[in-house]
Design a protein around this ligand. Structure first.
Ligand SMILES: *Cc1c(COP(=O)(O)O)cnc(C)c1O
Length: 485
């Protein structure tokens, strides 16, 4: 039978059709509410049976692509499996039923000791993993973390009376880096890369006294580890410029290298990537920011502090703080899941995850280099970039994968690689699944070479096929006409 669940539940509504009837509210319940708050008319809800509702949501959930359904090798996003135990822990009633304003009320801290302790301890463990002095859990995304980090850098220079107006960003960075630096009021200096890394000569030329910071991503968006880190750190120190580390790619180095030990002053993490809360579709994130000693005074308030008696409290007593970045100490449930993930993997598991992520990416890279162009012929970290052969478009490969139930790799990013296909398998995929991807990719390239139309007509059976993406963004249709039955 045809799958009929496209559309909303209202489309299925038939007057008088019901599911289980809830008991009518008693008169006394009605009397308890002020008259003016009682509704005059029944709410307009779809009139459907229970089976209609169940089928509607079950069928629609299958139209969405998710990591629970299949492989999701979306480079730069670390779409790893999120073990269900993380969800259960974040959903414990003691966490999920607490009103987020309670700790901020007078005396409210007494009722939220467990939640405050969780914030305190996740900050501690992130300091340990990254070699930083303190963390703030407030930022709600990677980009929000970058903005926070750059604001901290600005506060530092302002406090010291440094006249700094520029931030250097290598061209292999994520686009959010220059955007965050601009939003915080800096001029952005774009640094060209050489062999997929920072070009030391270009860096030398860009280093003037008015440079406030350098924003490094390591491994960068090409999946390449930066070889020149120590000399870069040394050069920036000489002009009192700070070092920002975009830690979105922490998956490759966690438990292996601590950015604080290398000399970085600020790092943001994408807990919704590295720490098992895959964020496909732009779901809630957590861009926790760690700092070295010299930036601690500027961290956002409120901060969770530990009293002498071992209890936890919110403190606003940081006069140099940049203030609030986000309410309610950020996306609490997202970092609870991250905390559960970290605790479960522990000291041995965290570096093992990084090792498997790097192994899986290199297995894919080596297995596909005979039929894809891999521009940087060296060991990659947790992801790598490649291009299809001449005449085949990255977009068409992506659509063919979707037709076969595998999510596309990231395409056309980073911008410095032509027809870029960027694969990140993560550590949670096994060899059989990776082999399936390799086989499909090989098949698409071979078929695409013989018959270009084979790929350009893909996908055939997805809920929507090829969209006019420009029109979809420019001419959005956000309401649905009601069908009257
Ligand atoms: C994902 C990503 C970001 C931005 O993070 P969001 O959470 O999407 O705002 C920044 N830098 C790098 C390298 C990334 O991969």
């Amino acid at each position: 039978m045809k799958n009929r669940s496209i559309g909303t539940l209202f489309d299925k509504s038939v007057k008088g059709r019901t599911a289980v009837l809830p008991t009518q509210p008693s008169q006394s319940a009605k009397d308890m509410l002020p008259k003016g708050l009682l509704r005059q008319n029944a709410p307009r809800l779809p009139e459907v049976s229970e089976l209609d509702v169940v089928r509607h949501f079950t069928n629609n959930s299958h139209k969405n692509f998710s990591i629970d359904g299949n492989l999701y090798p979306l480079g730069s996003c670390t779409m790893k499996y999120n073990p269900k135990v993380n969800e259960s822990i974040a959903a414990l009633p003691g966490f999920s039923s607490t009103h987020p304003l309670i700790p901020q009320l007078k005396g409210g801290e007494a009722y939220t000791q467990g939640s405050l302790q969780a914030v305190y301890e996740v900050e501690e463990v992130l300091c340990e993993i990254n070699g930083m002095k303190a963390f703030t859990m407030q930022p709600m995304s990677g980009a929000n973390g970058e903005f926070t980090g750059v604001m901290l850098i600005a506060a530092y220079h302002r406090d010291k009376g440094n006249k700094k107006t520029k931030i250097i960003v290598p061209d292999a960075a994520h686009g959010t880096n220059p955007a965050s630096a601009m939003m915080a009021g800096y001029e952005v200096i774009n640094l060209p890369s050489k062999d997929g890394m920072v070009d030391p000569e270009a860096l030398e030329a860009a280093l003037t006294d008015d440079v406030a910071a350098l924003m490094m991503t390591c491994p960068n968006t090409l999946g390449i580890f930066e070889n020149h880190l120590p000399s870069i750190v040394e050069k920036l120190r000489k002009i009192d410029a700070l070092l920002y580390y975009d830690g979105a790619n922490l998956n490759a180095i966690m438990g292996k290298m601590r950015v604080g030990d290398v000399g970085f002053d600020v790092v943001h993490l994408n807990l919704h990537k590295t720490m098992a809360t895959p964020h496909g579709g732009g779901g809630p994130g957590s861009g926790a920011v760690g700092v070295s000693e010299k930036l601690v005074p500027y961290l956002p308030v409120a901060r969770v502090v530990k009293n002498e008696d071992g209890s936890f409290a919110l403190s606003y007593d940081f006069p140099k703080s940049i203030g609030y970045i986000a309410p309610f100490l950020g996306n609490f449930s997202v970092y609870l899941k991250a905390f559960a993930y970290i605790k479960r993997l522990g000291k041995e598991g965290i570096p093992r995850a990084a090792e498997f992520a790097v192994l899986n990416a290199n297995y894919l890279r080596k297995s596909m280099e005979s039929f894809l162009t891999v521009p940087f012929d060296r060991i990659c970290m947790h992801e790598f970039v490649s291009s299809p052969p001449e005449g085949i478009r990255a977009l068409d490969i992506a659509k063919a994968l979707l037709e076969n139930g595998i999510h596309a790799p990231t395409i056309y990013f980073p911008l410095i690689v032509n027809e870029c296909l960027m694969f990140e398998p993560t550590e949670t995929e096994n060899k059989d699944t990776l082999d399936e991807l390799i086989e499909l990719m090989h098949e698409f390239v071979e078929k695409g070479k013989k018959d270009p139309e084979y790929l350009t007509k893909m996908p055939l059976t997805t809920p929507v096929r090829r969209l006019d993406e420009t029109m979809a963004a420019r001419n959005m249709i956000l309401t649905q006409q009601e069908k009257v039955k």
